[in-house]
Design a protein around this ligand. Structure first.
Ligand code: FAD
Ligand code: NAD
Length: 466
């Protein structure tokens, strides 16, 4: 057998890559991880999940102090002012600690961090900064980046038309921010800047926000964001943009076609989706082809069509989520080590970290109905004692079960802590729970999670508090 520098070489150190590297090293494999960024952790830790959550948290605190929520609970604050530089500093602090944490874990687990861009030479060797590195197994975990919008040029340095990376780093609160795309990024970052004082208009191509989520959730989302003061322009597309000094002028049209109009903004956030990072990998050298969406296809063990080359995370099909990438990272390392690594792609929760949070796992009601008859239980947060006490009563929990077997097919929640609540639903579904299993599980009182129990009780018409 040929001698290789490593048993496993991973390209990319995001949640897919760094987790794969640590798990492979734990399993006794000689492992290296190549990263072209200065720091480890990929999109998620550097310019995604972590910095966005820092700004979401800080802006929630600001709004609570500013809009009288704290005062309502007797907390006197005096004049409330925003120091954006401090907030941005706190965000950078969290990013530094967490990316540094991965460097520490690499050292602890003896994973070699190779700095530079990796490009294939053949299926067992890559070029990293002019040096050839060989490995028996190579895992592509190169992630994704922002999808550009034709006619709308992004310039993060100028700060007028930005992508999510620029939208996380603004040094002043815009007067009017137009968000192109009413998906996860648009609503999370739009919420941040609205709370900090910007007028926010969301332009969405489709007739509802948050594609992929349950229909009821999408309808409720529009009501909630409107109530919070966002202007929503649904069924509308942006056809062009021009920038003069610090102002952008956008041209809008109804998605179905029609009369054009213009909209002015001092900041435009482009958030219309992300696409896999494959440029510069020299996939031609190994004869690996992409699917029609530019993704790398794998089998359920995360093997690509090329022997010895594997792939995980945003670069392969499935939701572009950090926890999905992490689970695939663990599974690919276990498969390479000869164990059985599995990811159940039917049970991957998704969470939008606005206030309230929007979360779901499993099938939407629409998708479940396509497979057969369903029963649905729905419980409003307004009737949940904890949510009511905390004055955060927007939202509901919805449980969708198979009408014949009662097996839970999907759970959707809008609640201040929906992201935490959805983990219980995911565990229940992993264990093949029925709605009755959830309904007859004792839930602590008073908790938001009681709304899940009540929604499950509602599947068979037994909810108590409504
Ligand atoms: P990535 O994290 O993209 O990492 C890939 C790494 O590979 C990058 O660091 C890149 O520099 C490196 N790389 C690429 N090509 C090469 C090469 N040829 N050589 C060397 N290195 C290379 N998901 C959630 O689950 N929850 C959230 O709250 C959340 N918030 C988000 C907020 C924002 C603003 C954004 C943009 C994304 C968010 N996501 C969130 C999505 C999440 O960040 C991604 O799903 C996740 O990072 C994907 O992990 P990955 O390992 O596949 O790739
Ligand atoms: P998205 O797919 O969530 O939303 C993009 C939106 O843009 C869609 O609603 C789409 O209909 C709309 N759109 C597309 N083209 C348009 C156009 N020309 N004009 C107007 N609207 C248009 O994508 P995103 O918000 O950019 O996020 C990218 C990825 O990052 C997502 O897959 C998401 O999973 C991930 N992410 C996750 C989280 C989280 O888990 N909390 C947070 C941020 C990002």
């Amino acid at each position: 057998m040929a001698d290789y520098d490593y048993d496993v070489l991973i390209i990319g150190s995001g949640p897919g890559g760094y987790v794969a590297a640590i798990r492979a090293a734990q399993l006794g494999l000689k492992t290296a991880c190549v990263e072209s960024r200065e720091t480890l952790g990929g999109t998620c830790l550097n310019v995604g999940c972590i910095p966005s959550k820092a700004l979401l948290h800080g802006s929630e605190l600001f709004e609570e102090a500013h809009d009288g929520t704290l005062a309502k609970f007797g907390v006197k604050t005096g004049k409330v002012e925003l120091d954006l530089a401090v907030l941005q500093g706190e965000k950078l602090g969290a990013v530094k600690e967490l990316t540094g944490g991965i460097a520490f874990l690499f050292k602890k687990n003896k994973v070699d961090w190779l700095k530079g861009h990796a490009a294939f030479k053949d299926a067992h060797s890559v070029d990293v900064a002019g040096k050839t590195v060989t490995a028996k197994n190579i895992v592509i975990a190169t992630g994704s980046s922002v999808t550009p919008l034709t006619g709308v040029a992004i310039d993060n340095d100028k700060g007028v038309i930005v992508d999510s990376t620029g939208g996380l780093a603004l040094t002043r609160v815009p007067d009017h921010m137009v968000v192109i795309g009413g998906g996860v990024i648009g609503l999370e970052l739009g919420s941040v800047w609205r709370r900090l004082g910007a007028k926010v208009t969301v332009v969405e191509f489709l007739d509802a926000l948050l594609p992929g989520m349950d229909g009821d959730v999408r309808k409720e989302a529009a009501k909630i964001f409107k109530k919070q003061g966002m202007e929503l322009r649904l069924s509308t597309k942006v056809t062009g943009a021009s920038v003069k000094g610090k102002k952008a002028t956008l041209t809008l049209e109804p998605s179905a076609g029609g009369a054009a109009e213009t909209l002015e903004a001092d900041c435009v956030l482009v958030a219309i989706g992300r696409r896999p990072n494959v440029d510069g990998l020299n996939l031609a050298a190994i004869g690996l082809e992409l699917n029609a969406r530019g993704q790398i296809e794998t089998d359920h063990e995360f093997r690509t069509a090329v022997d010895g080359v594997w792939a995980v995370g945003d670069v392969i099909p499935g939701p572009m989520l950090a926890h999905k990438a992490e689970d695939e990272g663990i599974a690919v390392a276990e498969n390479i080590a000869g164990l059985t690594g599995i990811v159940n792609h039917a049970v991957i929760p998704g969470v939008v970290y606005t206030m309230p949070e929007f979360a779901g796992v499993g099938l939407t009601e629409e998708a479940a109905k396509e497979l057969g008859e369903v029963k649905v239980g729905k419980f409003p947060m307004m009737a949940n004692s904890r949510a009511k006490t905390n004055r955060e009563s927007d939202g509901f929990v919805k449980v969708i079960a198979d009408a014949k077997t009662d097996k839970v097919l999907g759970v959707w929640a809008i609640a201040s802590v929906a992201g935490t609540m959805i983990a219980e639903a995911a565990i229940a579904m992993e264990f093949g729970a029925t709605s009755e299993d959830i309904a007859y599980t004792c839930h602590a009182h008073p908790t938001h999670s009681e709304a899940l129990k009540e929604a499950a009780m509602g599947v068979t018409g037994k909810a108590i508090h409504i």
